[in-house]
Write a protein that binds this ligand. Structure first.
Ligand code: ASP
Length: 339
């Protein structure tokens, strides 16, 4: 083939790959469409080999990660994407009235009001987020709607609630008796101390890789208990509580949001992976960044990361941070390293 034809063909394949990407097709699907042309398109060829190897994997923070991952895999089995796995996993935890840190039953702020933060991001870099959302049980689903139905990334407070209602979400009282009681007890001392230790934080951060090699992530929380009304943590902030780059990997955070925001933690973890670090080394380096820049005696932060090949890692400042790792073959709770 002449030189011109060859470069024309490369250009055509490159354009097709771009269009496929915009349409949300995985590299694997694009490559199948391109057929034998791929031998000439090294970039896609490489992606195809990796995509073929993709083993669906989910990692989620804390004990509730186990049930979350189970439900996520059920969504996958029904033909869902990585983002569907994330949403299904989040919803099962958000609707659990017993959990004191996510969705229904989450501990309120110091004025007794439950406000929720959540976000999601997919393999194409699309993102949606809600913060300080009241009276809506499924904040991560609302965040997904922000991503899919609006030209924006983030809605907050009253605007986020109005949008949720417009989208058909129900208004419910999120303050359970159990959470109300805990608030009453806290009020006796009324000590405003938004520090986080191992006992009082349980945000769920969820990362998923599906069979097509698509990565997605989500994060959902009621935030630091008895926080100031209006306080927003890292969890709904793209780059802080969550970041996904479909060509590199994904990361999520749990712990004191202020420390994560100051160091743009999840973005940092993904950028370190982009530079060649393993998910484990990237989490350790991002934790070290916090340790080196502030007094961590009273604060905990844990990072969890998953790369596009399905390798994962996790690390926290102090002991006590655990996460669930699930594949089609097994599911287990793992204690993260720390220090
Ligand atoms: N990161 C959350 C926040 O600061 C708290 C948590 O992880 O439980 O709002």
């Amino acid at each position: 083939m002449g030189k011109t034809n060859k470069s024309n063909r490369r250009e055509f394949i490159g354009r097709l790959a771009t269009i496929g990407g915009v349409l949300g097709l995985s590299p694997f699907t694009i490559n199948r469409m391109l057929g034998s042309e791929l031998t000439e398109f090294e970039g896609s060829q490489k992606l195809e080999l990796e995509a073929e190897k993709a083993q669906a994997t989910m990692v989620s923070t804390w004990n509730h990660g186990l049930i979350a991952n189970k439900v996520g895999f059920e969504a996958l089995a029904k033909g869902g994407s990585a983002l569907d796995m994330i949403e299904a996993a989040a919803r099962i935890v958000e609707k659990d009235a017993e959990g004191l840190s996510v969705g229904l039953g989450g501990l309120p702020d110091r004025d007794g009001i439950v406000t929720l933060d959540a976000c999601c991001m997919d393999h194409l870099g699309r993102a949606g987020s809600v913060a300080a959302l009241q009276d809506i049980m499924y904040p991560l689903s609302v965040a997904r709607k922000v991503m899919e139905e609006t030209p924006h990334v983030m809605l907050v407070g009253e605007g986020a609630k109005m949008f949720a209602l417009e989208q058909g979400f129900e208004s419910v009282n999120l303050l359970t008796e159990k959470a109300h009681e805990a608030w009453q007890k806290w009020k006796v001392k009324n000590e405003y101390k938004p520090v986080i230790n191992i006992e009082n934080h349980d945000t769920i951060g969820i990362l998923a890789l599906d069979h097509e090699g698509r990565l997605s992530g989500g994060c959902t929380t009621s935030g630091v208990s008895f926080k100031m009304h209006g306080r927003v943590g890292d969890s709904p902030i793209i780059g802080a509580g969550l970041f996904v780059d479909g060509n590199v990997g994904a990361a999520t955070a749990t712990g004191l949001g202020e420390a994560v925001m100051r160091t743009v933690g999840s973005f940092l973890v993904v950028e370190l992976m982009r530079g060649g670090m393993s998910p484990q080394d990237a989490c350790e380096t991002a934790v070290k960044r916090i340790i080196d820049s502030m007094d961590v005696t009273d604060l905990q932060v844990g990072y969890l990361a998953l790369d596009k090949h399905g390798n994962h890692g996790a690390h926290a400042i102090h002991g006590g941070f655990n996460y669930a790792l699930t594949t089609e073959k097994s599911s287990e709770l793992i204690n993260a390293s720390n220090g």
